[in-house]
Design a protein around this ligand. Structure first.
Ligand code: ADP
Ligand code: MG
Length: 415
């Protein structure tokens, strides 16, 4: 893979980045000739270098620079990854910015020799997962993410794009190595023995039972096939609550390096599945029952509202524009139902892998007490299993929420 790396490529650090910033004419609208700049590496990501650069005189004049490393940081040099993913990410952000600028950081430029891009610093926002784990509600999230999903998915699909543009877009966003990570970590490894799985001992009986369940493996295989073959829309590909930067007023989606043409339900399901992961974690995180049920109601109301917003916006930007002769109302309704059922099944896979597989989520793996962690993990697995196995009976988003909220943790085991 290294032979494909540009000879200009050198990973930046907090000191070399300042000279680099001055070499970019695109950033002259942010920084003033000769002024003092500061830079810091954020460095909580697994795959990339992320720097914040700001003017000493005015920290509000600031950008974020994200540069791809040729290997996965989490496991060092042992796991090579194509640096071209920085181009995919920058180009996906540019598409999203065109469709929903209010929820996408602006990209200043992409540098194809350095595999990096500069974007708007969302310095008044926090990672949503962190906020949810602190019990913070974001009342506008459902509205914002519903619009983001409808526009980015609907308007990049065959329903809106002309026949040629669609195919060229599929080609531009071919992303085999990052898709392979998803195929392995989400759809393959959680359902078999592998050393990379990350569940802990207390959960073994439930995980082993799940892995032994052939009917479940059949449904997961169908979801994997859908992920690999259904070039329905330009999907973000990693739309968990760690890819959302948020505050009480605004919502931004970052980090689309896994973007490619895939099934819409993978993004919608990622959002819903991650809200249910937090729902499962609250089983032990929030000790006060009244506070817990109030927060969970916020989470399930959010799932319901985001779907209704998604449907309404999709109606406006897609269905109101199509020819009703070839796409009659009943087809449109069937299409939306299939996206809903895909979201249940694909979101379920995203939930189960966060408990069983290599990469966990702080909501659950961040719970210190192992018994508490097992309770939350057990509930998340049961919700995932119920959603994927029951998805074909789901007709409405309210049905989906009912399937999920009927679940209980299996741990601790009754002997
Ligand atoms: P990776 O793909 O390596 O996981 P992310 O895109 O998730 O990297 O970014 C890592 C971290 O950097 C994020 O969790 C967030 O804290 C910060 N970050 C990324 N993009 C921005 C941005 N545009 N503005 C502010 N902070 C950002
Ligand atoms: Mg990432």
């Amino acid at each position: 893979m290294n032979k494909d790396i540009s000879p200009d490529y050198r990973p930046l650090d907090a000191s070399t980045i300042i000279d680099y910033v001055w070499s970019r004419p695109e950033l002259r609208e942010v920084f003033r000739e000769g002024e003092a700049l500061h830079a810091d590496e954020v460095g909580d990501g697994n795959l990339n270098l992320v720097f914040k650069v700001w003017a000493q005189a005015d920290p509000e004049r600031t950008v974020v620079i994200k540069q791809a490393l040729p290997y996965l940081r989490l496991v060092g040099g042992g796991w090579p990854l194509p640096v071209d993913r920085a181009r995919i990410e920058a180009e996906a952000l540019q598409v999203e910015y065109r469709l929903v600028p209010e929820h996408t950081p602006r990209v200043y430029f992409y540098d194809p020799g350095m595999y990096l891009f500069a974007m708007q610093n969302l310095n008044h926002h926090v990672i949503m997962r962190k906020g949810l784990n602190e019990g913070i509600k974001y009342p506008r999230f459902a509205q914002h993410i519903g619009v983001f999903l409808a526009r980015t998915l609907g308007m990049t699909s065959d329903l809106v794009l002309d026949y040629r543009t669609k195919k060229l877009e599929v080609a531009r966003f071919i992303n085999p190595e990052l898709c392979k990570i998803t195929e392995d970590l989400i759809f393959t490894e959680p359902y078999r023995y592998t050393e990379r799985n990350g569940f802990h001992k207390e959960l073994e009986p439930q995980v082993f039972a799940l892995q032994a369940d052939e009917a479940l493996r059949v449904e997961v295989a169908k979801m994997k096939e859908k992920f690999m073959t259904q070039a329905q829309a330009l999907i973000h590909g990693d739309l968990h609550t760690g890819s959302v930067m948020i505050n009480q007023e605004e919502t931004y989606v970052i980090d689309p390096e896994f973007a490619f043409y895939g099934p819409m339900g993978f993004d919608v399901g990622a959002v819903i599945g991650n809200l249910f992961l937090n729902y499962a974690a609250q089983e032990v995180r929030m000790k006060d029952p009244a506070q817990r049920s109030d927060f969970r109601k916020y989470l399930t109301d959010t799932v319901i509202e985001l779907w209704h917003v998604f449907e309404r916006e999709f109606q406006k930007v897609v269905w109101d524009q199509v020819d009703p002769i070839n796409m009659p109302r009943a087809y449109q309704q069937d299409y939306m139902l299939r996206v809903l059922q895909d979201s249940a099944g694909l979101g379920a896979c995203k939930m189960m892998r966060r408990v069983i597989g290599l990469a966990g989520v702080a909501d659950i793996r961040g719970i210190e007490d192992v018994h508490d962690r097992a309770i939350a993990g057990s509930l998340a697995l049961n919700i995932g299993q119920a959603l994927i196995m029951g998805r074909e009976e789901i007709r409405t988003i309210e049905d989906l929420v009912e399937v999920a909220t009927a679940c209980k943790p299996t741990y601790p085991w009754k002997s």
